[in-house]
Design a protein around this ligand. Structure first.
Ligand code: GLU
Length: 321
């Protein structure tokens, strides 16, 4: 089912990086994305975002699939076995596809080789954002664009020029957004110096070719949506609708991570039923007033993304489970 088909149903997706076992925060993201697609009578796909060979593990991808199955969050397309027309559904197996779109991007004349090391970037960066993200100062930016320079042999990253203008879009949770990429991140990397594909390029190519019409994910990627919309524009592809979610945080106000052992799926599965864990994620999202056993299908019957408040982060108290 790709964009060329006449299927106009919503197609949502879950795109985990297999770098660890899922925790309640991942369950919450998967559940809301599943509910949004299913409550609209749509389909849902699973894509394994294993671009980073150092951190990704096949066994984690298997465990993610097992946890989703066990929770009752079923997918119609994708996964490690890659059923569906737009596969493969693991990013590590999509190199040739990214290469094709990377050359299309280079043909725009807006990409250029960048030789900066991490240390160079830290030393020359423009003042960086309060969240610690770095704004590239444009050190390697060519004096004149378009840049159709032959790719030199020396190892280099490839960056994409970004214009000093606002990218406008409406987020399904956070409402109207206006992001100036020049001020927020500067020219960004589309291919790393070691040849690895940048997340921004891969996610756009994948969501577009897989016919994804709706992207529900954590609000840490809200700015990325603007980078992605810019890439869609340059590649002549149609962007999906975006809906970003408040992040679940622990009582120290840090985003849930592998360190929060009591909320990791291996621990949770030993002490709770699938319906109880779904109830915890639903309560964290504000879909039900307090945690109680409930199935994804029961939640889908009355689900609306409007129930998710566009707040900052959601704190999970220590006694939550
Ligand atoms: N792979 C990313 C993650 O696990 C999600 C990317 C996305 O949803 O666009 O954080």
């Amino acid at each position: 089912m790709d964009k060329t088909s006449s299927d106009t149903r919503v197609k949502g997706r879950f795109a985990p990086s297999p770098t660890g076992r899922m925790h309640l925060g991942n369950v919450y993201t998967a559940l809301l994305s599943w509910l949004s697609a299913r409550s609209a009578g749509g389909t849902w796909l699973l894509r394994i975002e294993d671009l980073d060979p150092q951190r990704s593990r096949y066994e984690y991808a298997r465990l993610i699939e097992d946890d989703l199955h066990w929770l009752g969050l079923d997918w119609d397309e994708g996964g490690l076995d890659g059923t569906g027309a737009a596969g493969p559904y693991s990013q590590s197996r999509r190199h040739d596809i990214y290469l094709e779109y990377f050359s299309r991007l280079r043909d725009t004349g807006l990409t250029y080789p960048c030789y900066c090391t991490r240390a160079d970037i830290m030393a020359t960066q423009a003042p960086h954002q309060s969240d610690g993200r770095v704004i590239y100062a444009g050190t390697c930016r060519p004096h004149a664009l378009p840049c159709y320079a032959d790719e030199p042999q020396r190892p280099h990253a490839t960056r994409l020029y970004v214009p000093d203008e606002d990218i406008l879009f409406t987020d399904m949770v956070y409402g109207p957004q206006s992001v100036n990429l020049a001020r927020k991140c500067g020219d960004f990397v589309v291919r790393r110096a070691d040849g690895a594909w940048a997340y921004q390029l891969a996610v756009v190519v994948d969501d577009a070719l897989m016919g994804v019409s709706e992207v529900i994910r954590g609000n840490d990627l809200l700015q990325s949506a603007a980078q992605q919309i810019y890439l869609y524009r340059l590649l002549g592809l149609e962007p999906p609708q975006y809906g970003h979610l408040p992040l679940l945080c622990n009582s120290e106000r840090r985003r849930l991570s592998k360190r929060d052992r009591s909320l990791a799926m291996d621990e949770l599965r030993q002490r709770h039923t699938a319906a109880e864990i779904i109830g915890m994620a639903a309560a964290a999202a504000g879909l039900i007033p307090h945690p109680m056993p409930i199935s994804p299908a029961e939640l889908a019957a009355t689900f609306s993304l409007k129930a998710v408040r566009p707040t900052g982060n959601i704190i999970i108290p220590d006694n939550f489970v």
